[in-house]
Ligand binder design. Structure first.
Ligand SMILES: [Zn+2]
Length: 212
């Protein structure tokens, strides 16, 4: 086994801290980092004051399909992809930064966060395993999370067509989440990380995900 340098080790610990503070479960930490389980548990206890929770991770892709989780999952995943492709972030950086941006915008737009970090991480895994795909909405042209072999044409997203049982507050929350996505791509992500001129195409692509 090659030994990590002290700097590499410190970087791993900082990554672990960021993930734990965002609510990561042990399974997420163990699969993303090369820190021993014992050290991760100690770190977890130091930061959160309790032992990490036991139990299985969520494993069903169906969780992301009802309209409100779907809007939140789509918001997060579009941000994640943007950070990966346009800002050249590593998977772990895109997960952490993308999730922070997701939370920030939920707070700013008074939308209650629906996706926790573990769900966000599992979502990315489902995409990697090709169980999910992004499908364009035929009204707003935003791309939303769908099962891999679902119809790709003539489909309307949850933000454009909330179910009638959804109350005003929930509809407003859905709009807020979609609005958040537009804000993420316009203000927070593009300017500090990459040259706005280079980002024009990317903006056009992702900014389509707005309320109709
Ligand atoms: Zn739509």
């Amino acid at each position: 086994m090659t030994r990590k340098s002290v700097t590499e080790d410190a970087q791993e610990v900082f990554r672990a801290i960021a993930l734990i503070e965002l609510g990561a479960r042990m399974q997420v930490l163990e699969s993303e980092l090369s820190i021993s389980r014992d050290r991760l548990i100690r770190l977890y206890r130091e930061l959160r004051g309790v032992s990490p929770p036991k139990g299985m991770l969520p494993f069903s892709a169906d969780w992301y399909m009802p309209w409100l989780p779907n809007i939140h999952a789509s918001l997060f995943f579009n941000t994640y992809l943007f950070l990966r492709k346009e800002a050249s972030c590593s998977h772990l950086d895109a997960l952490t930064k993308g999730y922070k941006l997701y939370l920030e915008h939920c707070t700013r737009t008074d939308a209650e966060p629906v996706l926790d970090l573990t769900r966000a991480w599992t979502l990315v895994r489902f995409f990697e395993a090709e169980m999910l795909q992004l499908t364009p909405c035929c009204r707003c042209t935003g791309k939303f999370v769908a099962h891999k072999h679902d119809l790709q044409k003539g489909v309307v997203c949850g933000a454009c067509q909330p179910p009638s049982r959804a109350g005003k507050t929930r509809k407003a929350a859905a709009r807020a989440a979609v609005q958040a996505f537009a804000e993420v791509t316009h203000e927070e992500v593009i300017e500090p990380i990459i040259d706005p001129i280079e980002a024009v195409d990317a903006v056009n692509e992702v900014a389509a995900f707005q309320a109709a």
